[in-house]
Design a protein around this ligand. Structure first.
Ligand SMILES: [Zn+2]
Length: 307
């Protein structure tokens, strides 16, 4: 199974691994394996996903494979960053959800993952509407492998309903944050312009209902590969995904190589933000791509646009 997928991707001369499988390919894989349900297919993809993890600290690879409402399958792996505190690490489930967000997936139905979701991820997934219904299978579990709802992993959750009105969009729902950029884009060109636009897009799509400080971060490597990410907050604050981490996920998904190949970066955030990402962005780049240049751009919101 693993060989089949890797061979196919390589034959198409793409990145060694793609993190999204389209519904037509899903059908094809099921036929080849004689499976009648996508839920049976998900765990078979986990071992191949695990191989794409970047774990220079723990060497503990985690792979997660999830099915979206669209019929697409999304992959996620864990990422670790040497030189940074461990809380900058990205977990496979967070990677998977960031992947789904970037493809405008509106609902995740089920996830197969190689190790039990940690408390952090159980909490992060609460940002998805009806999170309790997401079905989860732990492939490495010795206690029998079956899908169980997230509510059985995290009973009595604290989440968005505790802090937000019902009409506030949640994590996989469309976001269109309104703001006006302060620094104009006219004077910059080339890669710097592309990376700024990607960061701005991230800020417009960010999920920041708890602080009102949407932010986006993007990087571009020496091959001109642009990868942008949107900030995603959690009701419990700590388990959120910063825009920097989301952009690292995008970089891996885009087939990016070593972090040191990142040449330019852009952060878009609110002027005088109550919660700023700039310090983290500088810390991240200093540790993993010290030669990269960071430009920080700010926006203003009018009172009418306040979240
Ligand atoms: Zn986790």
């Amino acid at each position: 199974m693993e060989t089949m997928i890797i061979t196919r991707s390589t034959a198409e001369n793409e990145a060694p691994w793609r993190f999204v499988i389209e519904p037509s390919e899903v059908d094809e894989m099921m036929k080849e394996l004689g499976l009648s349900s996508v839920m049976e297919l998900l765990p078979t993809l986990v071992p191949a996903a695990k191989k794409m993890a970047r774990t220079p600290i723990s060497r503990f690879h985690v792979g997660a494979v999830g099915l979206g409402e669209s019929g697409r399958i999304y992959l996620g792996v864990n990422l670790e960053f040497p030189g940074l505190p461990l809380h900058h690490s990205v977990h496979a489930e967070q990677f998977l959800i960031t992947n789904a967000i970037s493809h405008k997936e509106r609902r995740i139905r089920c996830i197969a993952v190689s190790a039990a979701p940690c408390g952090h991820c159980r909490q992060f997934m609460q940002e998805i509407r009806n999170a309790s219904e997401i079905e989860i299978l732990i492939t490495g579990s010795e206690s029998g492998s079956e899908f169980r709802p997230l509510s059985s992993f995290l009973p009595e959750p604290f989440g968005p309903p505790d802090l937000l009105r019902d009409d506030v969009p949640l994590l996989l729902e469309p976001h269109d944050n309104h703001f006006e950029m302060i620094e104009m884009c006219d004077e910059i060109g080339g890669a710097a312009r592309n990376v700024r636009l990607a960061a701005e897009k991230g800020a417009r799509e960010a999920h920041a209902p708890y602080t009102g400080c949407p932010a986006g971060f993007a990087v571009v490597d020496r091959e001109g590969r642009v990868a942008g990410g949107a900030y995603a907050e959690s009701a419990a604050y700590n388990p959120g995904m910063g825009p920097t981490a989301a952009a690292m996920v995008a970089f891996v998904m885009a087939g990016g190589g070593d972090w040191e190949e990142i040449e330019e970066a852009a952060l878009v955030e609110k002027e005088d933000a109550l919660v700023s990402q700039e310090g983290t962005a500088r810390l991240l780049l200093a540790a993993i791509a010290p030669k990269a240049r960071l430009r920080v751009y700010h926006y203003r919101t009018s009172d009418a646009d306040e979240l």
